[in-house]
Design a protein around this ligand. Structure first.
Ligand code: FES
Length: 148
């Protein structure tokens, strides 16, 4: 399996790892097939994602995609974070092997879960804004045994 230099870089040296004590939005998603879990913490101020951290218990591609996802939304508006797709994460990483595409879906969903939490905490129904979350991501085959 071939990984791009960017994937290897974000796997070996992930950005924004950890927790945010003053986060005002937290999202956690998991893939029931491989059992990988991703948690994203956001600090949102005036509609801008001022800070972001993540913790991923998963394969190397899950770590690389969550690292890249946090880089793509850091300093951005909620509106642009809502538009983040797993395809954009894959492009920013110069591609992923097909069996690892589902890992990028986990990253997209973790960002959306955190944004949903942000609205929920304010008493706003997130579904019309963020959309339905795929709570358990099982439609993408997860080759859990194939790790970096
Ligand atoms: Fe499950 Fe990558 S997220 S193998």
């Amino acid at each position: 399996m071939m990984y791009s230099e960017k994937v290897m870089d974000h796997f070996s040296n992930p950005r924004n790892v950890g927790e945010l004590a003053d986060a005002n939005a937290v999202g956690e998603v998991g893939n029931v097939v491989c059992g990988d879990i991703m948690k994203i913490y956001l600090k949102i101020n005036n509609g801008i994602i001022e800070d972001v951290r993540f913790k991923t218990f998963g394969c190397g591609a899950a770590i690389a995609t969550s690292s890249m996802a946090t880089e793509l939304i850091k300093g951005q508006s909620i509106q642009s974070a809502l538009k983040l797709t797993n395809k954009a994460v894959i492009e920013a990483l110069d591609g992923l092997p097909p069996v690892k595409v589902h890992c990028s879906v986990l990253a997209e969903q973790a960002v959306k879960a955190a944004l949903s939490d942000y609205y929920t905490r304010q008493g706003i129904d997130p579904v019309p804004i963020v959309g339905e979350l795929k709570s358990d991501i099982e439609e993408h085959h997860c080759e859990g045994g194939l790790q970096l």
